[in-house]
Design a protein around this ligand. Sequence first.
Ligand SMILES: Nc1ncnc2c1ncn2[C@@H]1O[C@H](COP(=O)(O)OP(=O)(O)OP(=O)(O)O)[C@@H](O)[C@H]1O
Ligand SMILES: [Mg+2]
Length: 315
Amino acid sequence: MVFAGKGGLGKTTCSAAVSYWSSQKDAMKTLCFSTDPQASLSDIFEKDIFGKGLMELAPRLDVVEIDADRRVKDYQLSIKKKIIDMYGLDELPAEIDEYIDSTSAEPAMYESATYDAMADLVAEKDHDLYIFDMPPFGHGVRMVAMAEILSRWVEKITEAREKAQEYEAVAATLRGQKLEAGDEVMRELTEIRSKITTFTDMLTDRKRTAFFMVLVPEKMAILDTERALAMFERLHITLSGLILNQVYPRDLLDSPKVSEFLKNRVKAQEPYINEVKEKFGDLVLATLPMYVREPKGMEMIAKVAEDLVNGTVVV
Ligand SMILES: Nc1ncnc2c1ncn2[C@@H]1O[C@H](COP(=O)(O)OP(=O)(O)OP(=O)(O)O)[C@@H](O)[C@H]1O
Ligand SMILES: [Mg+2]
């Protein structure tokens, strides 16, 4: 299950709520995953999870918030070490060292680390359900185009390998070794590629993966959802559903105690709720009300889960 969409509309809130429901009510062993550098799962579950590995928050409910920056650094270190080991070098040539360091500035690198972490967790097959709370940039669906981006990255490593091979020849001659390292690098690259393909196949298989988006009754969110739907289509993904979040309860309009300001806010949502209904219709699976305070902590998450499952669809 993947939660994608524009930033700040409720992906993490919904991911936490659905994880709660599947693990506590449906008794499925669930893993809720995030890569948010702002540690939003830590924030919502009110537990320090970030970069701490897999943590069990309740029976059958595991959460993990990966530190993608650290993963990128570890990855670079392991590549450097491999090149040094395989080519029998004493130290990495400065040019290659700088080249590998410079790759961390690429967004593809961050996304690769995220994608890699997701693929690793799913490959462990230790859970019945995986819930991926996607980072706010892009639509979170970009990662499906990752196979391509990562393939390019694999090509870059191949290039680096070729550069290193020049040194290898010299180093091997000096040591009187045979040149077998090349085969091993290629084996590794093939393995990475196959891991990517397996995971991408799973993500685009509707029987195994469901994509959800969260939106709110506002112009920009609607436009963004339309754009995302077009992108989904291009990537051959079917969106499983939308969640309309932060809807002000309509009965606020009937109460004399409610301020004009708030009543205007309620009224302002109306045309957008209608637009959501017209544009997305049956895709809207649930609506969530605007809560009086930010939903945080297990008790509130349970309440959001309840509302998600039992809430009436007002559109
Ligand atoms: N229905 C709601 N009522 C009140 N507050 C809400 C509601 N839904 C979300 N929020 C609050 O809005 C903020 C953004 O929500 P959330 O973190 O779930 O969004 P997100 O899509 O994950 O954001 P990001 O893209 O930055 O990761 C949070 O502070 C959250 O507590
Ligand atoms: Mg979030």
